[in-house]
Design a protein around this ligand. Structure first.
Ligand code: 5RP
Length: 222
């Protein structure tokens, strides 16, 4: 199967995953990226069976609205029963690197407010050790150089993602050559650098369910 077909398969599986919640006027947490987009397109077929969605990016909010799905502010909804999103890398502990689409901060906030995080990913995203994918770090613009120097001290090779401004008006440093042995500790360490808004390690709060698209079918891991 192609990667696109695997993404379609996990998007369909995610719809089955949330089906028990439908009919209860719930608000669904919706992520960002090409896999999440496929989920959004499928979710549209069930419009009317749920109240609406909170989105982890302006792009996803726009796509949801284009399907006629109401988009709510997280401040209005409070906790959401489920958050469905993709990942750039995921390990056997369901810890992830996210933020390839620069939406990491809002993704982490919605994930923090979700009772259940369902990660949807094709098999290429499953890794033994996180870090081959350059770890995104969102920074306040005036702190970019300072944070980059601190990241070098931690062994990373940070590269400014030119031309990208996040939905929060910030910038992204992508950390190359950053092999991460202890994701929970590194997530906390990066959060402690002044000027860092968020880092793309989703380890302290990983996924609760992984729907992994493989040639043999969608594997459900918990
Ligand atoms: C966006 C993300 C995405 O979930 C991640 O980049 C995966 O994207 P895709 O489904 O397109 O491979 O974290 O910030």
């Amino acid at each position: 199967m192609t990667q696109d077909e695997l993404k379609d398969a996990v998007a369909a599986a995610a719809l089955d995953e949330i089906r028990p919640l439908l009919g209860r006027q719930v608000v669904i947490g919706v992520g960002t990226g090409s896999t999440a987009n496929r989920f959004i397109d499928r979710l549209a077929t069930l419009r009317g069976d749920f109240r609406g969605a909170v989105a982890s990016s302006e792009a996803s909010a726009e796509r949801l609205r284009s399907h006629g799905i109401d988009v709510f502010e997280l401040n209005e909804t409070g906790t959401v029963p489920v958050y469905v999103d993709g990942a750039d890398e995921v390990n056997a502990h369901l810890q992830m690197i996210k933020g390839g689409g620069a939406a990491l901060t809002r993704e982490k906030v919605v994930a923090a407010c979700a009772e259940r995080f369902v990660c949807i990913a094709d098999a290429s995203k499953l890794v033994e050790r996180l870090g081959d994918f350059p770890l995104p770090v969102e920074v306040i613009p005036m702190a970019r150089s300072y944070v980059a120097r601190e990241l070098v001290k931690l062994g990373a090779d940070p590269v400014y993602r030119q031309g990208v401004v996040t939905d929060n008006g910030n910038q992204i440093l992508d950390c190359y050559e950053f092999m991460i042995d202890d994701p929970v500790a590194m997530e906390a360490r990066l959060n402690a650098i002044v000027g860092v808004v968020t880092n793309g390690l989703f380890a302290a709060r990983g996924a609760d369910v992984l729907l992994l698209g493989t040639d043999q079918g969608v594997e459900r891991r918990t």
